[in-house]
Design a protein around this ligand. Structure first.
Ligand code: FPP
Length: 265
């Protein structure tokens, strides 16, 4: 295993008490288009610059020894973008996976994919699977790449699974619990083997939900898992984000008081 090269400023990750560290940070990488427009560039140049930011933030997560990092790369709603932008994002995702998987592997990162298989380019699915397989025995940060992901679609997939199980008497419909639903959340519907990578771990609850670009929305990202997440919104457009932004957000999180519906202490 190799450590990521330090941040260009020499900044080091903050020291956070173990009980104040988030286990799972979910990131909405928003603002690529506006970043490009502000520079008179085509939108796709914003996505290219956003890739550098993504690698930076993964480096920051690895340095922080963060157990889980989820990133929203393409939502089930992003198909509404122009055909040219959708094609770019599909091809670019494939290219990024191919180009970065060895680096992530060298950092001990475990890549997993969350998302629907339907409509996704088969070559993108193949790259995602290859990255999952390559990194499956690593023990470092889980990088949950959410590609063609939608929170409602993921919940609907779990409901379909439960309905099938109830129909054949495997579960008692009247006794379905929150844990039963959570256990069937697998990112979205797959057609190739009925699930993800064998042994794919369940994505844990989100502790810190981070969104760039000043927008203050959840946008269908990890809806179930974010029920009690702390929300942090930063003003930077995604291409201007680097690992220090992640570290600042984690510091802010560590100062919050989480109640999970209980009384303020
Ligand atoms: C949202 O910004 C960003 C996306 C829909 C794509 C995210 C893609 C990357 C960060 C590129 C690298 C990652 C991979 C895995 C290929 P936006 O386009 O909605 O920006 P806007 O709100 O300013 O228009």
């Amino acid at each position: 295993m190799t450590a990521p090269v330090p941040h260009r400023s020499g900044a080091r990750p903050p020291t956070i008490d173990a009980d104040k560290m988030p286990r799972h940070v979910a990131v909405v990488m928003d603002g690529n288009g506006r970043w490009a427009a502000a520079r008179g560039l085509p939108r796709v140049e914003g996505h290219r610059a956003g890739e550098t930011a993504l690698v930076e933030v993964v480096a920051g997560a690895v340095q922080l020894k963060l157990p889980w990092l989820s990133v929203y790369a393409f939502s089930t709603e992003n198909w509404r973008r122009s055909p040219a932008e959708v094609s770019f994002l599909m091809g670019y995702t494939r290219q990024v996976l191919r180009a970065r998987r060895d680096l992530f592997h060298s950092w001990g990162v475990r890549v997993i994919w969350s998302g629907e298989q339907r409509r996704l380019w088969p070559s993108v699915v193949r790259e995602l699977r290859e990255a999952e397989v390559l990194t499956r025995n690593n023990t470092g940060t889980f990088l949950n790449l959410c590609v063609n992901y939608g929170g409602r679609a993921e919940i609907a997939d779990a409901v379909r699974t439960l309905a099938r199980e109830a129909a054949i008497g495997q579960v008692d419909a009247a006794r379905i619990t929150e844990d039963d639903v959570a256990a069937r959340l697998r990112g979205g519907e797959r057609t190739f083997d009925g699930g993800g990578l064998p042994g794919r771990p369940n994505v844990p609850d989100v502790d810190l939900f981070l969104r760039s670009s000043g927008e203050r929305r959840i946008s269908n990202f990890l809806l179930w898992q974010s029920a009690y997440a702390e929300l942090v919104f930063v003003e930077e457009m995604w291409p201007d984000v680097d690992r220090t932004v992640l570290w600042r957000a984690v510091e802010e999180y560590s100062g919050r008081s989480r109640r999970f519906g209980g009384p303020a202490s």
